[in-house]
Ligand binder design. Structure first.
Ligand code: F6R
Length: 349
């Protein structure tokens, strides 16, 4: 069933290319973005967007904020559902309420959706499971088409969530990035040489006192997600941080046993992020940089392909962070598909 892969999670990482093809089929077209599930009228009168989700789906939402605000110029607030639910939020009717959920059954996310409906907001679900509670509750749904995800650590569903938000940002902005989207999908094909390199590297990253993942802009939510993947399956402490925040406290932890995964985009704030990396190197942190630009100053380096769009870099780096978490966890002898204390779908709060 695992088709020669050691774990479902590994299989699902490798499936991402096909899954994204499916996710964008008939939606990313030469003429622009099309969604059969919603039409333009649905978005009329919308001045704000709230995105509500948990965990990995929340991280996808954060990427969506950068993309939608930048292209469509609509203000987006992204909320952790368990917080939003109890803080009596200000909900105005010119707000589109988007929930993101792989399972469609996450209790907190579902409750925020009900709350938004009650307040008279238009609601849209980005969900992987048709006929789930969230799909039944939402006004409209765009299905993620990721197929069944077995690994408890979400990988391919995250890929489709980010892709769907990217398409939605184009849709709302009347922007056509047909070719770029296709290139981004291409970039999720696992490069066997890179996977081998990650396997080798992983043995050096087993015994530190923790990991920082750092990045700026859309690479900041990717840093959060990379850190979550690692902690879920390897049980090593990991945190994602905006690269520019290091000097406001966390850099005090830097020493050779602090491992840093630096997501260094060529296309967004390259120099700024590079100098954040230099500061960590100067304080003797052990740094693994992921970039298309050859960086010799750090201990380790994984080179991604050279591209001129941050979303292409994003998807290639996403795969690398997933594989890194996978290989570290496997070396530690963990059951990657069934991490301790976690359930695939969190239907109780
Ligand atoms: C992490 C993970 C969880 C889920 C979260 C929300 O790998 O899978 O953080 O993302 O429990 O689940 P859904 O998306 O089903 O609402």
């Amino acid at each position: 069933k695992k088709g020669g892969y050691r774990f479902y999670m590994e299989k699902e990482i490798y499936e991402q290319y096909d899954v994204l093809k499916e996710n964008t089929l008939g939606r990313n077209t030469k003429e622009g973005i099309k969604f059969d599930e919603v039409d333009k009228n649905f978005f009329e009168g919308i001045n704000n967007i709230i995105i509500s989700a948990c965990g990995t789906s929340y991280h996808a939402g954060l990427v969506g904020k950068y993309l939608i605000e930048r292209s469509a110029k609509i203000r987006v607030n992204v909320e952790v559902a368990s917080e939003l639910r109890y803080r009596n939020p200000l909900l105005t009717k010119d707000t589109l309420f988007i929930v993101i959920s792989q399972s469609g059954e996450t209790a907190d996310t579902l409750e925020t959706l009900k709350m938004a409906k009650k307040a008279g907001l238009k609601t849209l679900a980005l969900c992987n499971v048709d006929n789930s509670s969230i799909v039944r509750e939402a006004d409209k749904t765009i299905l993620l088409r990721a197929g069944i995800e077995k690994g408890v650590a979400s990988t391919k569903a995250f890929a489709t969530q980010v892709m769907t938000l990217w398409m939605l940002s184009n849709y709302l902005a009347d922007k056509n990035e047909y070719e770029i989207i296709n290139k981004a999908i291409e970039s999720t094909k696992v490069n066997p040489k890179i996977h081998e390199k990650i396997k080798r590297l992983s043995k050096r990253y087993l015994h530190g006192h923790g990991f920082f993942y750092i990045g700026r802009d859309i690479f900041y939510p990717l840093a959060l997600e990379g850190a979550l993947k690692l902690k879920e399956i390897s049980y090593i402490h990991a945190e994602g941080y905006p690269a520019g925040e290091m000097k406001h406290g966390p850099i005090a932890l830097a020493d050779p046993e602090l491992f840093v995964v630096a997501l260094l985009s060529k296309n967004i704030l390259f120099e700024k992020t590079k100098s954040n990396i230099e500061e960590l190197v100067a304080r003797d942190a052990t740094v693994l940089t992921i970039s298309s630009e050859l960086i010799e100053l750090t201990d380790d380096f994984i080179q991604i392909s050279d591209s001129n769009h941050p979303m292409i870099e994003f998807f290639e780096m996403m795969v690398i962070t997933q594989l890194l978490a996978l290989e570290v966890a496997i070396r530690r002898g963990n059951d990657v598909d069934m991490p301790r204390n976690l359930a695939k779908s969190v239907t109780v709060e």
